[in-house]
Each structure stands twice: as structure tokens, then as C-alpha cells.
Design a protein. Structure first.
Lengths: 182, 166, 411
């Protein structure tokens, strides 16, 4: 079926010829990474149910390359923390983050993961950015699936435009050191 | 089966001073008793041929800091499914020695309910198989639902009272 | 035998009960959770296993303890509704309505018939969403992903109905003390009628795929069973208890909100195993559709909220024109209206069983004590007994069929 509103994505800047396309390695790697991000759905509470809606056929996160959910941290690219993280759970989140292999991104979904949400109590961690570095925050209680997809697309933008050397640079290492991660 | 029947049977079995503070809240009988009567009363109500209170709906702890000598309380919600009658039994103990007998021998469901009351209020259930914290972190050294403790995390440094004009 | 001989011997490890064999009676510990693809929510099970069989297990809960009961002591009554949303978040309207009914009992507010019927419709829709999730995820845990994708579309449709009524999909905060916040819009009624017409076909499709599927039946029959006596002793309520054979349904035994006007059956199982729980939930979905049909056909005319100006916010047009309405609005929002002193216990039939609210009020604007009787917390205690002697895959399927929701488990 033809649909005139479908747009073909922009190719990265490069030199085109008959049967070849030359571009920089960063662009190529970024394109590959951005369109095949495997999420680790760290769903703890209500936002997890909205994630299930995002995964189901109506909102379909599989369109964005996240078809294969990886519950094994080693094989995951994006840690999607969805739901309240209590202080009892915080070491588990940190452990899972440490087990992920570089490059890794963190998407904090929902008000509870971003800042503790409506639970300003003695048992709730007031935001996961107290223990791990977060790339994109998706506010909402719970955020609609469209918002979660928007956050995911922002992670895709980050992945596409990231330099392949970023993870070895001193700024990144300083960021990890500020969280106590080697 | 009327609430008065239950009160009368309990008074007949345990004496008039074991059953006090009898009220009715929207049809549910409520009464208070002493800590030492809890287990015998439970067995009596469970085995009674007519009443058959064989379902423990809930067990709630409560803290009244102003009631000297009776600060910590436990409220038991019983339900007789065959007669469709509910019952609330309350008992109180002083905060220095909040000992209650466990009813896990009779109701397996009381296991986690009592652990939760211990976790939140520090109520000690004698004879409980595993009286440890269940919902809060094991390292926590206070019982958070008591009235003197605040809701918010005491160690937080960015949402301090000064910023909110408190 | 030397070490080398053990390593090279092809029979090593095959017969563990072999006399003198190296692996006799070795128990291993397996940690299931707290983050695990098959646990629906975060709770931890430490399993002691003898090979593939589970010998014992220990549960750790509290990984999402958010101190609801402590928060409730600091919030006015109408703000606690948002907390109740987040307990059993798969069926939030039931929690909301249960809380509203508890407070109405305390305040002595009589809810008009139309509002009661509207509440029944929203609660049964919520029960549908809860059971759709439980049954389809049970199928996913046995490997059947397609059923989940098919019925989830209908869950999205029910979300659209929620949005018509209250604006939110999941954490609905639906209704007010004394009734509902708005009447059924024509769009909402049209969507409910469309649901009643088209969901049966989708449910039949799901059942055709899963219910008499040989693989599903082999995975779920005689797995994770519990007898009626043990279930009652453990305080089971809801579909888990009814699957064991006891027909205790709060809607039938202690009817609330006009449930006595409706005709519905309470499905009961026989063996209390996973397959029975699946079937009971499936049949309850059909009964929910029946109740919604009766409610929407007989929806009475009248006001959608009680005449309780002290507790029900006046409409905004009145607030801007009428002095009395302005004063009531101010007093309600600023929490200057006190509640009567008293205690009340009210329970509703939630998606998982008897959801109870024990409210102790000392006359202030916030409760003195609010205890939530969460069915999930209570029946999860029985899990070690239910999985003793089964294999790990059976334990996963049992946990999935019990519908343990972490928000309800830990408050």
C-alpha cells in the first residue's frame, strides 16, 4: 500500500556511488546502535504495566528496534528503570547497571524513578540518579506509552550521535567515578 | 446469629472482665480484651459449634502514644464464613513490653501479618516461627509506623524543611 | 577413584543415588529474583533444590515498600485515593471505589442508585483488565505470546473507556466521595456497548488458542495445587480460593454498591491447581461481561453523585457565582472539614480477592490509622507450600497463576 506521508530517513553525510556508500565510522556505528537497542525492562510497578502496553501491538516498541527484550544485563543496551525503586532495591539496580556492558544507556521512566515521585518517604529512593547515571528522564505517573516511546527515541538520538570514543574519555570516567563506579 | 449472642457466650466462658469496650461499628461487633485471653478466645470462637470464626481476615497494629500502659495494640478481624458474621477483637500492651501471643498455630495466615505488625510497630509475638522484618530493610533499627517518627527520610539533604518554609 | 577417573567417567552425575557417587544428596540454592523476567513485580524467592525438584523456598518481599499506610496518616481523605490506585495497579478503579465506599460508610453518605450502577460498571471493567493480564501472562509464561497480543488490544480499549470517565489510563483516581465526578458521556456508553459486543469474540479466540491446548494443559494441570482447608487457613480469597472449591465472593456474601440487583454466577474450581485458577478467572471474565450488560441495560436515571456539599466539590460554575459553593470549595480543598470519630472496616472483591480497608478516624482531616488488607500479601505466604516437590518451571507457572502484584504485596 502506498502512503505519501511516509518519509524515508535521512542518510548520514557521506559519499555515494554505484553500489557503495562511504561515511564515517562513528555515523555508521551510531546508526547501527540506534536502530537495534535491546532494552532491559527493569519494571517494578505501575509504569511496568504501561511498558507492557508499549510492548504490545498497539504501541509496539518493536518498531524502534527493541523487539528483543533482554533480561540478561550483559546483552542489554538500555536499562529502562520503570517504577518505584525503594532503598531495599537500590543495590539490585546498581548491580544490574554494573553488569551491563558498554555502551549502555539508562532510561528512567516514571516520576518515581526520576525523583521518588509522590512517595517522599523513608523507604523510597528519591530518584535513581542518586546511584546510577541517567541519560533520559521520562516524567509521568505513569507516562503514556507515547511518552515512553518519545524517551526511547531520545535514547536513539543519543546513540546515533555518540562518538565511538566517548566511553573511554576522561569526562565519562569522571562521571562514573562520581557515582563510585569504576 | 446476633452480636449479643457472641458477647454473652464470651462473657459466659471468660468472665465479664475479659470482655470490655463492646461496641458495634456498622454491624460489626468490636470488643477489647486482655492479652492473656487472646489465644483461648480464638480457640473458643474457632471451635464453637454455632459461631465458627474460622477465617482470619486481618491483623492490624496500632499505636496510641497517649494511652499510658496500653500504647501498642493489635486488632484482629475475624470472619465466620458460614454465618456471614464479622468480628473485631482488640488487645493492648504497654510500649516497654509489647508482648502478644502468636496465633500462627491456629491460622497459618497470621505468619506474615504478625511479621508486618512487628516490622511497623515493634510488637513482639511470642512463639512466632520467624519474627523478622518483612517489608522494611533488615538494617532498619526503628519501627517506622510509630507516631513519633516522621514520614520523610531523615537523611535527605535536598528537600529540607527550611526550603519549604517549615 | 582418582580425580581423573571421575572426570572422564561418563556415568558421573547420571545416577545421583548411586552408592558412592559423588553427587549424592547435594542440595543447591537458586535465587529467583528480585528482578526476573517471570516474576510479575519484584519479590525474591530463594529456592533450595534437589536437582530439578524444589525442596524448600524462602520469600523476601518489601522491595517496593512505599509506606502507603504511613503516607495515609498524613493526607486528607481525598488524596488517599491516589495511593489506592497504586496498590493493585492492574485494576485501579476497584481500589478507588473500595476506598470511597469505606469513607462513605464513615461519613454516612448515601450514594444514589445511578452512581452505584456506574461504579459497578467501572469495577467490572477493572476486573476484566486484571484477569486479562493475569491469564494472558500465564499463557506467556508457558510460551504462548500470541494470546497476550490479541487480548491486550481489548485492554487498550478499556483504557479508552477509563479515559472518557476520568482522564487517566492506569492510575485512575476515579470517582469521588458520594458518587462519580462526571456522568457517562455518550462516547463512554457507546464504547461500553461496543466492548460488550466485540470482546466475547476476542475472549473465545484466546480460549480457543489456550484453554484446551494440550501443551498448556500439561503445564498447568495438577501443578501448584492447594486444598480448600489449607487455602482457608492461609486466608486465601478471590479466584485463588474459588479455584480450591470455596465459593466465597464478597460481592455475593456482603453485597455493596447494588451488587444484589445483578444476577451473576460465582465460578468455583475443584482441585485448586493452576489450571483451575486459569479457568476460574476466565469464567469470571464472562460473568463480568454479564454484569456490565445488566448494568448498562438497567442504568437508572438520576444524579451521579450524592447531595453532600461538605465532601463533594461543587461544580466550578457554582463556585464562581455562589457564595456558599465558594466556601464549601475552599473548606474541602484546604481540608478544614473534619470527619466523625469512629472506626470502619469495609471490603470489596478486588481482582485478587477481598480487598479490605480498616479506617480509624480520630476526628481530624487525616485518618489516624489506615490498614489495607491486601489479598496478594496474604496468599503469597502459601507459595512455599504450593511449590514444594514441584520443578522450577512449575513454580514459575504457579506464581504466575496466583497473580501476585508487587504493588499490592508491599504497599
Amino acid at each position: 500500500m502506498s502512503n505519501s506521508t511516509v518519509n524515508v530517513a535521512e542518510a548520514p553525510p557521506g559519499i555515494e556511488g554505484a553500489g557503495f556508500f562511504a561515511t564515517s565510522l562513528d555515523n555508521l556505528v551510531g546508526l547501527a546502535r540506534a536502530n537495534s537497542l535491546w532494552p532491559l525492562p527493569f519494571a517494578t510497578s505501575c509504569c511496568g504495566i504501561e511498558f507492557m502496553s508499549t510492548m504490545a501491538s498497539h504501541y509496539d516498541i518493536g518498531r524502534f528496534g527493541a523487539e528483543r527484550l533482554s533480561f540478561s544485563a550483559r546483552q542489554a543496551d538500555v536499562l529502562m528503570v520503570m517504577g518505584t525503586i525503594s532503598k531495599k532495591m537500590a543495590p539490585v539496580v546498581k548491580q544490574v547497571y554494573l553488569q551491563m556492558a558498554e555502551p549502555r544507556w539508562v532510561l528512567s521512566v516514571g516520576a518515581c524513578a526520576c525523583s521518588g515521585g509522590i512517595f517522599d518517604t523513608y523507604s523510597v529512593l528519591q530518584g535513581i540518579d542518586r546511584i546510577i547515571p541517567v541519560d533520559v528522564y521520562v516524567p509521568g505517573c505513569p507516562p503514556r506509552p507515547e511518552q515512553i516511546l518519545d524517551g526511547f527515541m531520545q535514547i536513539q538520538e543519543l546513540a546515533k550521535n555518540e562518538s565511538t570514543r566517548r566511553r573511554n574519555e576522561p569526562e565519562y570516567k569522571a562521571l562514573l567515578a562520581s557515582y563510585g563506579i569504576e | 446469629m446476633e452480636n449479643q449472642q457472641i458477647t454473652d457466650a464470651l462473657v459466659a466462658q471468660f468472665g465479664a472482665d475479659a470482655v470490655y469496650g463492646v461496641t458495634e461499628s456498622h454491624g460489626i461487633l468490636q470488643f477489647t480484651t486482655g492479652v492473656e485471653n487472646i489465644v483461648p478466645m480464638f480457640h473458643f470462637l474457632y471451635a464453637h459449634p454455632v459461631f465458627k470464626f474460622q477465617f482470619l481476615t486481618d491483623l492490624a497494629g496500632i499505636h496510641f502514644p497517649d494511652a499510658k500502659g496500653q500504647e501498642l495494640g493489635v486488632i484482629y478481624h475475624l470472619h465466620s464464613l458460614e454465618n456471614n458474621v464479622r468480628l473485631m477483637m482488640k488487645a493492648y500492651a504497654p510500649i516497654e513490653a509489647p508482648h502478644f501471643p502468636t496465633i500462627t498455630g491456629l491460622f497459618a495466615t497470621a505468619n506474615w501479618m504478625e511479621r508486618e505488625a512487628f516490622d511497623f510497630y515493634g510488637i513482639i509475638f511470642d512463639g512466632h516461627p520467624n519474627l523478622t522484618r518483612i517489608l522494611n530493610m533488615d538494617e532498619m533499627d526503628y519501627h517506622p509506623m510509630r507516631k513519633e517518627y516522621p514520614l520523610e527520610d531523615a537523611t535527605r539533604h535536598d528537600k529540607i524543611d527550611e526550603l519549604f518554609g517549615r | 577413584m582418582s580425580e581423573v577417573a571421575l572426570v572422564n567417567n561418563p556415568n558421573v552425575g547420571l545416577d545421583k543415588t548411586q552408592k558412592g557417587g559423588p553427587y549424592v544428596n547435594e542440595l543447591s540454592t537458586l535465587n529467583l529474583g528480585p528482578t526476573h523476567p517471570a516474576t510479575h513485580g519484584i519479590f525474591q524467592n530463594i529456592l533450595t533444590m534437589d536437582g530439578e525438584t524444589i525442596v524448600d523456598s524462602e520469600q523476601t518481599v518489601g522491595y517496593i515498600h512505599r509506606a502507603f499506610e504511613k503516607i495515609a496518616e498524613r493526607r486528607p481523605f481525598y488524596q488517599i485515593t491516589t495511593l489506592t490506585d497504586r496498590m493493585n495497579y492492574c485494576s485501579a478503579p476497584i481500589n478507588n471505589m473500595g476506598w470511597h465506599m469505606t469513607v462513605e460508610k464513615l461519613l454516612g453518605i448515601e450514594v444514589p442508585k445511578r452512581a452505584q450502577y456506574m461504579r459497578v460498571i467501572m469495577m467490572e471493567l477493572a476486573r476484566l483488565t486484571d484477569h486479562i493480564v493475569c491469564n494472558s501472562i500465564l499463557a506467556v509464561d508457558t510460551g504462548a505470546l500470541t494470546g497476550f497480543l490479541y487480548v491486550y488490544q481489548w485492554r487498550e480499549f478499556i483504557y479508552e473507556i477509563y479515559e472518557e470517565m476520568c482522564g487517566a489510563r492506569l492510575t485512575t483516581n476515579m470517582g469521588r466521595f458520594g458518587g462519580m465526578e462526571r456522568d457517562f458521556t455518550p462516547v463512554a456508553i457507546e464504547k461500553i456497548k461496543k466492548l460488550l459486543k466485540e470482546l466475547p469474540a476476542a475472549l473465545k479466540e484466546f480460549e480457543g488458542m489456550v484453554m484446551r491446548n494440550r501443551i498448556f494443559m500439561d503445564r498447568t494441570q495438577n501443578v501448584g495445587g492447594i486444598s480448600a482447608e489449607r487455602a482457608l487457613n492461609y486466608g486465601f480469597t478471590g479466584p485463588n480460593l474459588r479455584a480450591a472449591g470455596v465459593d466465597y465472593d464478597v460481592r455475593a456474601l456482603n453485597p455493596y454498591s447494588s451488587y444484589e440487583d445483578f444476577e451473576f454466577d460465582v465460578p468455583v474450581g475443584t482441585k485448586g491447581d493452576t489450571y483451575d485458577r486459569f479457568l476460574v478467572r476466565e469464567e469470571e471474565m464472562w460473568q463480568s461481561l454479564r454484569i456490565i450488560q445488566q448494568a448498562i441495560d438497567n442504568l437508572p436515571e438520576g444524579p451521579y453523585h450524592a447531595d453532600a456539599p461538605h465532601y463533594y466539590l461543587p461544580p466550578k460554575q457554582e463556585v464562581y457565582k455562589n457564595m456558599e459553593a465558594l466556601i464549601y470549595h475552599f473548606k474541602i480543598v484546604m481540608g478544614e472539614i473534619d470527619a466523625p470519630v469512629g472506626e470502619v472496616y469495609h471490603s470489596v472483591e478486588g481482582g485478587n480477592g477481598e480487598l479490605g480497608f480498616y479506617l480509624v478516624s480520630d476526628g481530624g482531616r487525616t485518618p489516624y490509622r489506615l490498614k489495607f488488607r491486601r489479598p496478594g500479601y496474604i496468599y503469597y505466604q502459601a507459595f512455599p507450600e504450593m511449590i514444594k516437590g514441584t520443578s522450577l518451571s512449575d513454580a514459575i507457572v504457579t506464581m504466575s497463576s496466583m497473580n501476585v502484584i508487587a504493588g499490592e504485596l508491599d504497599t
